[in-house]
Design a binder for this molecule. Structure first.
Ligand SMILES: C[S@@+](CC[C@H](N)C(=O)[O-])C[C@H]1O[C@@H](n2cnc3c(N)ncnc32)[C@H](O)[C@@H]1O
Length: 207
């Protein structure tokens, strides 16, 4: 039996090439740790319709496409045209184009017009906008759906406010307000995981 048999999808040479491209071009992508949590959640929840806010070059999109069922669909939003066209190429490279629906533009202008309910929503966009993005996304979540947000501890600064440089203060305090919203939320229960740069997983409370 060749070595290839023991290779995980995440060790695919093409995926590693995309990781390197992202690093060389300073494009932020999810860490391997976060990717593995998403993978586990996808396997457990088996979502049919996934919404991703913040495609960048389609790295996390590839994980969604690979670890969701064949009938699943991923709608992914990105406001940077160059990144989005690179994402399209990457998705085609893996032959996942039939599962992925790319939408170019600002999430705030697109989400209100999405007509379907999503089972799995991943927010990985501008860090100062999470509260408003979440409020918009929750209206589009199916009954048993989950909303996952990445980087909620924002480089560790959300917990360590005294080291925050002036230009980052607004982002950090917006992120704190977002976490307070989740903590005190009557309709959603949220777990905050201290992994990567902080990850929240929210689902509806049984009221
Ligand atoms: C951290 S990157 C996404 C990384 C990607 N999820 C991955 O792990 O491969 C965040 C992306 O969100 C995009 N973005 C930020 N705010 C946005 C908004 N309001 N609407 C659409 N895209 C947005 C940025 O242009 C950027 O490419």
């Amino acid at each position: 039996m060749g070595d290839q048999f023991f290779k995980l999808w995440e060790e695919d040479i093409k995926l590693l090439e995309i990781e390197k491209w992202a690093k060389d071009n300073h494009i932020p992508i999810i860490s391997k740790e976060i990717a593995n949590i998403l993978k586990t959640l996808l396997i457990v929840k088996n979502p049919k319709l996934i919404l991703e806010v913040g495609t960048a070059i389609g790295y996390s999109t590839l994980w969604f496409a690979n670890y969701s069922s064949e009938q699943s669909e991923i709608v992914t939003l990105e406001r940077d045209q160059n990144r989005l066209s690179k994402a399209k190429k990457n998705i085609e490279w893996f032959n996942f184009q039939d599962k992925v629906n790319f939408k170019y533009g600002d999430a705030f202008e697109i989400i209100p017009y999405l007509r379907r309910e999503f089972d799995f929503i991943f927010i990985d966009a501008a860090k100062g906008q999470y509260l408003n993005l979440f409020k918009m996304a929750e209206k589009k979540l199916s009954k048993d759906g989950v909303i996952i947000c990445d980087n909620v501890l924002y480089k560790g600064l959300v917990r360590n406010k005294k080291d925050v440089k002036h230009k980052m203060r607004t982002i950090v305090s917006n992120m704190q307000n977002f976490l307070i919203y989740l903590k005190d939320n009557k309709y959603f229960k949220t777990d905050l995981f201290n992994i990567g740069d902080g990850l929240t997983i929210s689902s509806r409370r049984n009221l």
